[in-house]
Design a protein around this ligand. Structure first.
Ligand SMILES: [Mn+2]
Length: 341
């Protein structure tokens, strides 16, 4: 086990021991943040008084997915009764949803356990940061902390972390050796088959949603530069899933755009070769757009999220990535032609 995890587990233990601790998931929670917060509350349950929760009510699909956890989440309305707040799978106070203002006034200690790249607004002040931006999921980190602690990897705990890894790595599209070895360990401990875990972690959509996603893909905007392709689709609700699908189909840059009254949300995905050959990195491209238009962004080099104010044109995002793709391809091949489909 890496020296980092050994010393970080010791730091965590001394920060949490004997305290009233809240493990908090980020707003619009995904399975990685939920599973990680749940398992942290389980593995530190002997050493501290642990609560885990979300900052907003879960929707039905996630309520279903966490129903097998042995400790259920609370919807947290106030932070005032906790000594320590552990931000699980997020590193910006802006991601605390309705708790943002409470969080800014929080007088206890703050710990961050996360795997995201630096974002537009970071926590300031004294914060214990256990952040590994190169890792595919927070669940992967939590599994390492648990192993350092000699935690009991009971079946629901192992299954939860395995599902967090599956969804955050987009079924191992982004992964390293540790992702596979950790997943293998958890899969065995979960007592379930790989297919069962995939079915639970990434359940099929309702038929109406599946049809809507296909309609969205049919109306994709496509731009090729030489042999590289950018694909953008306007996909309400399932914009991240649609962007993943575009990458699977061969796009090098995929934009899943969801315009709504609350904002213009965009999931950005970059293909393997888009990152390794063209050196496209969403976390380097998005902050300038976010700053210029009053939005926020965060994520990873190959999978990131941009949130802009509502009613802005999606062309802002499309044009930026088209320009960036052209610039990088033309560095290697000056004659690369641009085609719009
Ligand atoms: Mn995550």
């Amino acid at each position: 086990m890496s020296g980092d995890y050994y010393s970080e587990t010791k730091l965590l233990l001394s920060a949490l021991r004997g305290k009233k601790v809240l493990f908090l998931s980020h707003a619009r929670p995904d399975l990685d943040t939920l599973a990680s917060a749940y398992v942290l509350a389980h593995i530190f349950g002997q050493q501290a008084s642990c609560t885990w929760g979300t900052c907003e009510k879960l929707n039905d699909s996630y309520t279903q997915r966490v129903s097998s956890f042995t400790i259920q989440p609370n919807v947290i309305a106030s932070l005032s009764s906790y000594d320590v707040l552990v931000c699980v799978d997020f590193r910006s106070p802006a991601q605390a949803g309705p708790l943002v203002n409470e969080l800014k006034k929080f007088s206890g200690n703050i710990v961050i356990i996360d795997h995201h790249s630096p974002s537009t607004n970071e926590f300031s002040g004294r914060v214990l940061k256990l952040i590994h931006p190169s890792r595919a999921s927070t669940a992967q980190l939590v599994a390492q902390f648990g192993r350092e602690l000699g935690a009991d990897f009971i079946k629901p705990v192992s299954a939860a972390l395995a599902m967090g890894i599956l969804t955050d790595s987009a079924k191992f599209t982004v992964a390293d050796a540790e992702t596979f070895s950790t997943f293998s360990f958890l899969l065995e401990k979960s007592g379930q088959s790989y297919e069962q875990l995939v079915e639970r972690a990434i359940p099929p959509l309702e038929i109406a949603d599946t049809v809507a996603a296909f309609h969205a893909l049919r109306q994709s905007k496509l731009v090729s530069v030489g042999k590289y392709l950018l694909a953008s689709t306007n996909a309400p609700y399932h914009n991240a899933r649609s962007a993943n699908a575009l990458i699977q189909l061969g796009a090098d840059v995929a934009l899943g755009i969801f315009p709504s009254d609350e904002g213009l949300f965009c999931a950005v995905r970059i293909s393997n070769r888009g990152h390794s050959v063209l050196q496209l990195d969403a976390t380097k491209i998005l902050p300038a757009i976010a700053r210029e238009h009053g939005g926020t962004c965060g994520g990873h080099p190959r999978a990131a999220q941009l949130n802009l104010p509502p009613y802005l044109s999606e062309n802002i995002i499309l044009d930026t990535f088209t320009h960036e793709l052209q610039r990088r391809v033309k560095k290697m091949d000056k004659k690369a032609s641009v085609k719009i489909y």
